[in-house]
Design a protein around this ligand. Sequence first.
Ligand code: FMN
Length: 213
Amino acid sequence: MNVFDALTDRTSVNYFDSSRTVSNEEILALLDYAQQAPSAFNIQHTRYLVVTDPQAKEQLKEAAYGQQKVVDAAAVILVLADEQGHERMAEIAQRGVDAGVYNEGVRDYMVQAVTDGYSGQAAKAHDEALRSASMATMNLMTAATGKGLATCPMIGFDAEQVKALFAIGDRYTPAMMVTLGYAKDGNWGRKPRLAAAEVSVLDARPGQAHALN
Ligand SMILES: Cc1cc2nc3c(=O)[nH]c(=O)nc-3n(C[C@H](O)[C@H](O)[C@H](O)COP(=O)(O)O)c2cc1C
C-alpha cells in the first residue's frame, strides 16, 4: 500500500477481532516506523508501553472508561511523551556523528542549544514532548494501516489511573493510547473531512485580510 492510500484508508476502528493477535516482532517493526517521525533536535521524546496480556488489558479498560476495544484489540500501545527526553541529547547527537550525518561541531552546537533551550523550561519541554509523541503516533497508525492492521487513537482514559496501574514515572506524560489489531465487521466507514480549501489560506501575506484574522 502506498502512503497516500494508507493516509486515506486509515479510520479509527471501534470493533476489533479479539481472536487475532499481533506478534511482538510485528509491533516492534511498527514502532520502528513510528520512530522515523521528526522531533525537535531529533530528541525522540516518545516512549511506548505495549499491553498485550488479556488480564492487563482488562485492567486498562477500566482506566479507559470501559472502552471494550481496549480488551478486544490485540495490543494497546500507550504512547508516552518523555518530558526529560532532552537529557539524552549528547548521546543522540553523537549517534549523528557516528553515522556520518554531521560533524562534532554541529553535535556540540546542538547539545548546547538543547541545554540552553530546555533548562528551567518545563512547559516548553512538556509541549515539545507532546508534539513529538503526536507525530510518532500518526506514523505508527499509518504504518499499521499499510500492514493491513487497524488502530484507534484514544485520549479517553484516566491518565493518572493508567500511570499508577503501570507505575509509569512522573517524567512521562501519556500522549495517546492506540489500540492495534484486526478490524471486525461493523465499523464505520471513513468520516467526511473538511476540504483543504475550506480550512486553508493560500498565498498569505502580512497585513492581508483573510479567513483566519
Ligand atoms: C486526540 C484524539 C483522541 C481520541 N480519543 C478517542 C477515544 O478515546 N475513543 C475513541 O473511540 N476514539 C477516539 N479518537 C478517534 C476520533 O474519534 C477519530 O479520529 C475521529 O472521529 C475521526 O475519525 P477517523 O479517525 O476514523 O478518521 C480520538 C482521536 C484523537 C486524535
